[in-house]
Design a binder for this molecule. Structure first.
Ligand code: ADP
Ligand code: MG
Length: 471
């Protein structure tokens, strides 16, 4: 009931907002209940709520009254443990500093950095690489949320609840690319804003040098360092996990973070671990701030996304490859976009050097040198065996016609992999799996694909199975 009402509301809201805004602010909301005329919505964090109240309350009022009548009321709920504590919400004027939250002012009173001789913050080179644009960042299930949050941030840096935006994920999955894309977009739209990309290692080195030189030559380098960072509008700090055991650096970054955040400047952080796993590396008070905004994960891309990334990269280089070569690469290199691109680059180099056409055989040879992959095709038997072991379902049951729920699901997954990883026809696959016809196999594959889109746990299982099968 509440879902239906909320869906009706959403339909109208969607018509009234840009797609990005809608995705960023309304997709994360869950309708919880309707009691009499009170609609309760769950929002991810406290300042999400405040932001929505501030920006969309009129629209919300209208649509909810339309659904529930003139005396309709709206209540929000925030999952416990997530309430955002005092932070800037929008506009320069709404800085709210909670009593015990903010730290002492930066080390020494700061003079206006803009009049410091030799410091010309507006000339800071943002350290962005043009190829890391949104245009080159292929969208897929694996990065949808992170990408749309990134775009929302790029539209209104510092003015969304996603501050900081914390992007995490394994190496080679596009953290640097996405973070840079945001910087590029901000620079395009707001050329006057000061944007800086820096990785944690470089930040650390800069700080160590400034400290050393301040001590040795009695210079003001530490202050200059601080001023430099404090006049940035969008600061991208890449690979924060590299702050390992550098408390001094973390303290200075803490000052910078607070200074920028209080003034409504945007921060973007990336890490190869989620915030929860950084507690051994990052001091608590800094880590707690990392959780203020939105943490979003980049996952391993699925087959379709891998294929698209490859094609995009190849066309970008002005080369065309046979479809089966794309398919081969996308099927065999599954863990990491960097490896995928490496394989393509190496294949192109091979082809140019040896003046050979790019064929499937050449691709096999090249890839064999780069990554482990199964030279032989996976067989249906192997698939059945692996799936059966994984789901603890008897192999013979998977081959049988049994209609028990867990067996049906295991069989469907086996069919899905048989279609993905072998060249056997649908009919052939059906024959080995419960004497099903080709339509049933196709239907099973679709069911699995659909579930992959909606069920995270299932997706993790299938991904895990996939790596077992092709490693
Ligand atoms: P990370 O910082 O997570 O280790 P990178 O951002 O350096 O990963 O990405 C590795 C390579 O993969 C880069 O060349 C990047 O352009 C590419 N890449 C990653 N994700 C995508 C994507 N979704 N679309 C296109 N290229 C991508
Ligand atoms: Mg990186």
């Amino acid at each position: 009931m509440h879902q239906k009402i909320w869906d009706n509301c959403l339909r109208i809201i969607k018509d009234n907002l840009s797609n990005e805004t809608y995705k960023a602010f309304f997709e994360p909301i869950k309708a919880v209940s309707v009691k009499q005329n009170i609609l309760t919505l769950e929002v991810p964090t406290m300042y999400f709520y405040e932001y929505i109240e501030e920006h969309f309350v009129e629209l919300l009022k209208k649509v909810i009254r339309r659904e529930l009548g003139a005396d309709a009321k709206l209540e929000y709920s925030v999952p416990t443990g997530k309430s955002g504590i005092g932070t800037r919400l929008s506009g320069e004027s709404r800085v709210r500093v909670p009593d015990n939250q903010f730290v002492k002012p930066p080390l020494e009173p700061i003079r206006d950095p803009f009049i410091l001789p030799g410091l010309k913050p507006l000339n800071i080179s943002p350290q962005l690489k043009a190829e890391y644009s949104f245009n080159n960042f292929i969208e897929g299930e694996c990065n949808r949320l992170a990408r749309s949050a990134g775009m929302a941030v790029a539209e209104k840096p510092g003015k969304t609840p996603y501050n900081p935006l914390f992007i995490y994920g394994n190496s080679g999955l596009g953290k640097t690319h996405l973070a840079q894309a945001i910087g590029i977009r901000v620079k395009e739209q707001y050329p006057h804003l000061v944007v800086l990309y820096v990785n944690a290692t470089k930040f650390t080195t800069q700080y160590m040098e400034a400290t050393a030189s301040s001590k040795k030559n009695k210079t003001n380098d530490i202050n200059n360092f601080l001023h430099f960072y404090q006049c940035i509008d969008l600061l991208i700090l890449d690979d924060v996990q590299e702050f390992v055991s550098r408390p001094g650096t973390q303290d200075i970054f803490f000052e910078i973070f607070n200074h920028l955040h209080q003034r409504g400047k945007q921060l973007i952080l990336t890490s190869d671990k989620p915030p929860a796993e950084l507690h051994e590396i990052i001091k608590d008070r800094l880590l707690s701030r990392f959780k203020w905004g939105l943490s979003t994960e980049l996952e391993r891309p699925g087959y379709q996304t891998r294929l698209e990334i490859l094609k995009n990269r190849a066309y970008g280089n002005g080369v065309e490859l046979p479809e089966n070569v794309f398919d081969f690469l996308a099927k065999n290199i599954v863990n990491n976009v960097r490896e995928l691109e490496g394989a393509l680059a190496s294949l192109l180099a091979q082809a140019t050097l040896n003046k050979k056409a790019i064929t499937l055989d050449l691709a096999r040879d090249t890839i064999a040198k780069l990554v482990k992959y199964n030279r032989r095709e996976v067989s249906v038997d192997q698939i059945i065996k692996t799936v059966s072991g994984y789901f603890h379902v008897d192999e013979n049951c998977i081959r049988s016609k049994s209609r028990k729920r867990e067996i049906v699901q295991a069989r469907q997954v086996a069919m899905y992999f048989a279609k993905q990883l072998t060249k056997i026809s649908l009919k052939g696959i059906g024959a080995q799996l419960g004497s099903k016809d080709h339509a049933t196999v196709l239907h099973s594959c679709r069911t699995v694909s659909n579930l992959l889109e909606t069920d995270r746990r299932f997706k993790m299982q299938v991904d895990e199975l996939e790596s077992k099968l092709i490693s």
